[in-house]
Design a protein around this ligand. Structure first.
Ligand SMILES: NC(=O)c1ccc[n+]([C@@H]2O[C@H](COP(=O)([O-])OP(=O)(O)OC[C@H]3O[C@@H](n4cnc5c(N)ncnc54)[C@H](O)[C@@H]3O)[C@@H](O)[C@H]2O)c1
Length: 228
């Protein structure tokens, strides 16, 4: 008996990385999974999201893993890059939840994929970090707004995991070693590490959990590990 038997789960960013691993795990646990990614639905495009949800009658769970990253300190961040990362990471999450919620008449679970950089600063990621911090705040607000309707809203804050997004890091031995040293458990994450947490938050095992920002990060956000 799967943990998501009979449930309909929408996953964005489902063609790669964390979204793909989450979609695979949800399907293995018995869910009907609706996969959204940019070739069939640009989550930053309100009309495209509206069209993607139009044929969907019921939603039990939503995982918003569609995301892009930009890497600049604020004064070097051009406006187009700022807008793009806001549109995909933040507005995309808003648009998908806006369409999922009316399709959750008997409750549901929304899982935003935020980031550990929302919890602990990392240099040169101003716009990206702002989107992820906003998702943590949005999670808490929505948890309160929708608790009475049985809709739980949580987010996951992953540390650095090996996906398409981080290929420039783990493809470079020097950067990879630096990143690994920032994670007390001594390795980068795998997409499946995050997917397992998403499955938990989607499932009835988390039926009394709402409004949390769950680090899944090998200890990255626990603090500095230097012995001083
Ligand atoms: N990998 C990490 O270390 C890490 C850490 C913290 C948070 N995250 C977050 O996890 C989420 C998933 O990223 P990932 O690491 O799996 O990267 P990834 O690049 O492997 O996957 C991201 C997916 O999102 C899709 N996507 C991008 N823009 C889109 C759009 N406009 N509409 C629809 N789909 C779109 C891409 O096509 C891709 O399939 C992102 O929100 C990312 O910010 C990743």
């Amino acid at each position: 008996m799967g943990k998501l038997n009979g449930k309909v789960i929408v996953v964005t960013g489902a063609a790669s990385g964390i979204g793909l691993a989450t979609a695979d795990l949800c399907a293995a646990e018995g869910a009907e999974v609706i996969l959204l990614d940019r070739h069939n639905c640009d989550v930053a495009d309100a009309d495209a999201v509206d069209a993607a949800f139009r044929g969907v009658e019921r939603v039990d769970g939503l995982v918003t893993a569609a995301g892009i990253a930009v890497r600049h300190p604020l004064a070097d961040q051009d406006e187009a890059g700022w807008d793009a990362v806001m549109d995909v990471n933040l507005k995309g999450s808003y648009l998908c939840a806006k369409h999922a919620i009316p399709r959750m008449p008997s409750g549901g679970s929304i899982v935003y994929i935020s980031s550990a950089v929302a919890l602990i600063g990392v240099r040169n990621r101003a716009a990206y970090t702002a989107t992820k911090g906003a998702l943590v705040a949005l999670t808490r607000n929505m948890a309160l707004d929708y608790a009475s309707r049985g809709i739980r809203v949580n987010c996951i804050c992953p540390g650095f995991a090996r996906t398409g997004l981080t290929r420039p890091i783990f493809g470079d031995p020097e950067r990879k070693a630096k990143i690994e040293a920032m994670h007390p458990l001594g390795r980068m994450g795998e997409a499946e590490d995050i997917a397992k947490a998403a499955l938990f938050l989607l499932s009835d095992d988390a039926s009394w959990i709402t409004g949390i920002a769950l680090p899944v990060d090998g200890g990255f956000s626990a603090g500095h590990q230097h012995d001083v």
